[in-house]
Design a protein around this ligand. Sequence first.
Ligand code: ZN
Length: 284
Amino acid sequence: MQDLSNKVILTVAPTGAWPTKKDTPYIPIQPEEIAKDVYDCWKAGASIAHIHVRDDENRASMEFNKFKATLEAIRATDCDIVLNTTTSGGLGIDDEIRMKPFTQLKPDIASYDCGSMNWANSTVFENSPKFLEKLGMRMQEVGVKPEIEIFDAGMVYNALYYLKKGVLKAPLHFQFVLGVPGGMAATVENLVFLKSLIPEGSTWGALGIGKGHLPIMYAALAMGGHLRVGMEDNIFMSRGILAKSNVEFIERTKCIVEAMGKQIATPKEAREILNIKSDLNHEK
Ligand code: ZN
């Protein structure tokens, strides 16, 4: 078997729920734009695409038809990127609407936000126990891998609880999201602490929001983690300089990873590392 220990999975999160064309004119928002951006990022070496969509007014959304159009446009090409759809594309959305895109479209991965949190002074990011139980069981039924997103340490303990209950199955895959308002700050100390809590045999990645982006990337790389870049998390290449496309982030990260003596995982290698058996997404 091929040695994958030196491979780093690189996720691109091109859109997210919040940045607008006013923040950066370079962000892809509608399905055709997102699909093209994902394709270009895949060509540049990205392993996974983490997809959010917006409604016709470009607002955060879980509109099924937007997911469908985006995934269909990506799948219509020769691109075999690992597909990861969000279940948290907006606030206060009905459980079934949050689960419909992965249930119907069967990406490889969908996000599993493992607890609720106050989004600083604005609102509650709600992931109730009832929802998380349903979400975990539904993901098992349809064969979609949960990406357990962790914004705060208690969310890791929630994941351990769901693992014990059978709502989540090992090996778990964690994504540490550091630096959101109301969550844990994007510091190396926090990342080291969070990583110490997860079960042996788990896989994990990390990202820092905004200015935490590069420090967390370097730390995660040094600690053997996987990476995520893209305008969902950060729109600047350097202070005051907007990225002109998500491809710029992929290209820079590739250089950093290779300077560490590692390589970015291909989509096929990423599926192997994450134990994704589904061949629904392109065995090309
Ligand atoms: Zn997301």
